[in-house]
Design a protein around this ligand. Structure first.
Ligand code: BES
Ligand code: ZN
Length: 953
């Protein structure tokens, strides 16, 4: 059968080649966005003679939408305006034929990087119809034959066509197919590409030093159709029998365990590996990996065979993830009340990998940097990140795989939920990480920041075309999704939350859901109006700013709260949409007498409420939003704000509340409600908590980016050095015997910040340590390497760069390469920076890593214009390398968002209007908005901050 295909095989043009990899906590989740409220109804049972209308839209599926508004942007150039409104043509697959079971055999050819496929799909024909319509892209479909199971008759398709734009494959039959059941046989060929999507190849160095390739898959969101023709929508669930025809000495894995291995008579170097039938599942979760791997294994206490596959020679680096996996499975079983349903779970490290990790059922794929832990080379930050990623992807095995969103509009159900649960499990496994506190400085704050833009979007966002789908893997789906689940969890309590989750997962097992299905289950469990409350958070973008006023009445504190939409742009408070927003906000308070115990938890259902808190002394402070649980900002009048300062200083206020106050205040500065945050930082002098310092560090690094454009940048850096020097002295350079995980992270955080302020002593020490390290005299601990590399390159010349590039090339640990790569952009020397950019797109750098090296240049004021020009000059190369989605959007965001002039805003707008990059449309709108906000902010505060700094130093 495969011989026959081979004769038809087109000679594939060799795809342009690329290089090597990693992701990091700093840019952990995908970051880009989207906006309009249009959606696509599914054309039901249309036939070829009556094709579905080209466009069926315009309200969100399953939503009572109209109450909520989405704000169109202002100030955009007309070209961009025009583009925004032109929707990409899209319609969902018709329902006349739906899949029940796939039997797929794939035979890859590692000589010419093509593959051949034979597929039998059992279909249910709901209505007599001449056409079978499914998805395919960049496949050469050679044959389609229908076999009716009732009559047993075979029928060859009259025509087969693939529309590469709509990614639709149509097989037309005459006479039309009768309703009932049958099987369509398809034969096809394709190529293993270098784009990290579909069935693609991933490069590694063989033991002989030669380049070799593994064949791996990445199908989410819409790329299974690049590997085999299929009904590539999450609601078209079916069972899968996968078979792989592979060389006998290669490891070949798929979602399920091997059922049998058969001989392959045509070539005795090959055999056919057949896997067990999968449960009913969506196409985006199918996976297979073929290549050179080794593994470590264990069986979890709940009886699941777990393995971590690594590149040859690195199996010890799989041990950490393996132990996390073996503990997480029984934890989730207990938490959800449902056991992991497959007999095995493999985790595999893939060198070339676009995302951080992918939750394919039973075969989770990871970037090497998100899975492998080397006892010497891995930093505490990476180890923590790996625990989170492993916890995240395993959470999807229930939330996503077992129960799946009906359509991508509900993507947040997968990603927001998994991004919440990963913290639950890491908190359980590693209480010493204090991970829930870190949730706030990482996930929560990131979501608030993005969601304060007018170009944000609601969590539930109608999407159609694959490019639009790619765009919503962003901080709204992930971080806002996780943050509102955390708020909900607190609102209904853990017991009801778990009960509701169990109802949801049991009721919808092996099926698809809408957001409302989750609310219904939680409502049943808790008796609370979850749908009504949560709809205000998922169907409208943004979040409230709660203004507080208070007054003492005997021993009662009377708190008056008013909510309005928070905008980063103060001008929007006057927009006509401003008043249309309102939320149902779970609120709580805490007070000086017992800061750790929330009092008076209630639901704010109106725009204005008065809450009476009995038993509060007149000299006590009262704080809203203890633990920073509610997804909102709080604005206190200055006289109330100062009352908190002693409690920050003496740390009576818990860390999360110190962070909450600081970050809310910073948001007030950003939106023009307050003039500076620097004065308040004085209260944090005695701070020793890692997470609070990381919040201070976030504030200071944002200001450092902005004030780089002022005359007083040097003064600002001095202020920063002064602020961080106390804690730097106390953490020192030397790791202390038996110190905690968080103290290790604190040291690198503090020293990194000092480096970014140009602190000469720290930079000199970095140079000294790198010399010792290079001479083999004293190895730098992994945690301190970012500090050292950045310090050294920041004052380095071309020779320094060459030395670092040599280290990059010589390292075979992708985490180390990533650390070096992300440091390079801190150079100040223009020639060095130019070379760094060239290096980023060279053969030495994997295409997934290019982006982070370029970003490091773009984060540097001197490098920013260089990086932006380089992006423009290489637009063709970059556009081809990243055809859509995550990486390119991230690049655009970080290269552009820190510009500060209207001229830059225009140049970015015009460039992307003329050179659109798929999947970055919303990101472009957001960065342009951010640039204008930066400009406004500088204009507003520049003078005052300058005066403050002059007096402070
Ligand atoms: N389902 C995603 C992987 C994915 C992302 C597929 C984007 C397609 C497009 C996976 O579960 C995920 O969320 N991965 C994260 C890591 C996670 C720990 C936040 C990622 O890749 O960034
Ligand atoms: Zn995920």
């Amino acid at each position: 059968m495969f011989q026959a295909i081979r004769t038809l095989l087109e000679v594939e043009k060799r795809l342009s080649l690329h290089p090597r990899t990693r992701l990091c906590p700093l840019f952990a989740s995908t970051t880009q966005q989207k906006r309009y409220f249009t959606s696509y109804k599914r054309p039901f049972l249309h036939s070829a003679s009556q094709p579905a209308p080209a466009h069926t839209c315009c309200f969100p599926i399953n939503s009572a939408s109209s109450k909520f508004v989405t704000i169109a942007s202002v100030n955009m150039s007309s070209a961009v305006e025009a583009k925004k409104t032109s929707k990409l043509e899209f319609q969902r697959l018709p329902l006349n034929a739906v899949p029940v079971h796939y039997d797929i055999t794939i035979k890859p050819n590692f000589d010419n990087f093509t593959f051949e496929g034979v597929e039998n799909i059992d279909l249910k024909i709901n209505e007599t119809s001449p056409n079978i319509v499914m998805n395919a892209v960049e496949l050469n479909i050679l044959k389609a034959v229908w076999k009716d199971s009732g009559t047993g008759k075979e029928q060859v398709a009259q025509t087969i066509s693939v529309d590469e734009t709509t990614e639709i494959f149509t097989a037309a039959f005459q006479p039309p197919l009768q309703s009932g059941t049958g099987t369509i046989l398809l034969e096809f060929t394709g190529s293993m590409n270098d784009k990290m999507k579909g069935f693609y190849r991933s490069k590694f160095k063989g033991s002989d030093g030669q380049d070799k390739y593994n064949g791996v898959t990445q199908f989410e969101a819409t790329d299974a159709r690049r590997a085999f023709p299929c009904f590539d929508e999450p609601s078209h669930k079916a069972t899968f029998n996968i078979s792989l025809v592979v060389e006998k000495n290669k490891t070949a894995l798929s979602n399920m365990p091997v059922k049998e291995i058969q001989a392959y008579p045509e070539d005795d170097k090959l055999h056919v590996v057949k896997y067990e039938r999968s449960p009913i599942m969506s196409t985006y979760l199918v996976a297979y990996c073929i290549g050179d791997f080794e593994y470590v294994e264990t069986t979890s206490s709940d009886g699941v065979l777990c393995r971590v596959y690594t590149p040859p020679g690195k199996k010890n680096q799989g041990k950490f993830a393996l132990s996390v996996t073996a503990k997480v499975l029984p934890y989730y079983k207990e938490y959800f009340g449902i056991a992991y349903p497959l007999p095995k779970l493999d985790l595999i490290a893939i060198a070339d990998f676009s995302a951080g990790a992918m939750e394919n059922w039973g075969l989770i794929t990871y970037r090497e940097t998100c899975l492998l832990v080397d006892e010497e080379e891995t930093s505490a930050t990476s180890r923590q990140w790996i625990a989170l990623v492993v916890g995240h992807e395993i959470a999807h095995q229930w939330f996503g795989n077992y129960v799946t969103m009906e359509w991508w509009t509900h993507l947040w159900l997968n990603e927001g939920y998994a991004s919440f649960v990963e913290f639950l499990c890491v908190d359980f496994l590693f209480p010493e990480y204090d991970i829930w506190t870190q949730f706030v400085t990482d996930t929560f704050v990131r979501a608030l920041e993005l969601d304060s833009l007018k170009n944000s979007h609601p969590i539930e966002v109608p999407v159609g075309h694959p490019r639009e789908v790619d765009e919503i893997f962003d901080d709204i789906s992930y971080s806002k999704g996780a943050s509102i689940i955390r708020m909900l969890h607190r609102y209904i309590g853990d017991a009801d939350f778990r009960k509701g989750m169990n109802i949801y997962l049991t009721r919808h097992q092996y099926k698809n859901t809408f957001t409302e299905d989750l609310w219904r289950s939680l409502e049943e469990a808790s008796g609370k109006p979850i749908g009504q409350v949560m709809g205000t958070w998922t169907k409208q973008m943004g979040f409230p700013l709660i203004r507080v006023q208070s007054e003492q009445n005997g021993d009662t504190r009377v708190m008056r709260l008013t909510q309005e939409k928070y905008w980063a742009d103060p001008n929007l408070k006057n927009s006509k949409e401003h008043n249309d927003y309102s939320w149902m906000v779970p609120v709580a308070f805490c007070s000086a007498s017992d800061p750790n115990t929330p009092i008076c938890q209630t639901l704010m259902e109106e725009k204005m409420v008065t809450v009476e808190l009995p038993g509060i002394r007149s000299d006590e402070w009262v704080k809203l939003n203890p633990g920073a649980v509610g997804f909102y900002r709080v604005r206190y009048p200055p006289e109330l704000l100062v009352e908190f300062l002693p409690a920050i200083k003496n740390k009576i206020l818990p860390p999360l509340d110190r962070i909450g106050l600081l970050d809310d205040l910073f948001a007030m500065v950003q939106s023009g409600e307050s003039s500076t945050v620097l004065r308040t930082l004085d209260a944090f002098k005695n701070e020793d908590n890692f997470t609070v310092w990381s919040s201070i560090s976030n504030v200071m690094s944002k200001l450092n980016l902005l004030f780089a454009y002022t005359d007083y940048h040097d003064q600002f850096k001095k202020f920063g050095i002064h602020l961080f020097s106390g804690i730097a002295d106390s953490v020192g350079w030397e790791p202390k015997e038996g110190e905690s995980h968080l103290d290790t992270m604190l040291r690198s955080l503090v020293l990194l910040r000092l480096t970014s302020f140009g602190h000469e002593k720290t930079i000199q020490e970095s140079k000294r340590r790198l010399n010792l390290h290079r001479n083999g005299d004293q190895t730098i601990p992994a945690d301190l390497r970012p500090v050292v590399y950045r310090g050294v390159i920041s004052e380095g010349d071309e020779e320094t760069l060459e030395m670092m590039l040599k280290m990059y090339r010589e390292s075979d640990m992708l985490e180390e390469q990533d650390r070096i790569g992300r440091s390079l952009g801190l150079a100040k020397n223009l020639n060095v920076l130019k070379k760094v950019l060239e290096f980023a797109i060279s053969e030495d750098v994997r295409s997934q890593d290019t982006v982070f090296i370029m970003i490091s240049v773009g984060m540097n004021k001197v490098g920013r214009p260089l990086a932006w020009n380089f992006f423009k000059e290489n637009k063709k190369f970059l556009g081809e390398r990243y055809p859509s989605g995550g990486l390119i959007a991230r690049l655009v965001k970080h290269l552009c968002e820190n510009f500060v002039t209207e001229e830059d805003a225009r140049s970015v707008t015009e460039f992307f209007a003329e050179n659109p990059f798929a999947g970055t449309e919303r990101t472009v709108q957001q960065v342009v908005e951010s640039i204008r906000l930066n400009e406004q902010w500088l204009k507003r505060d520049e003078r005052l901050v300058g005066e403050f700094l002059t007096n402070a130093i």
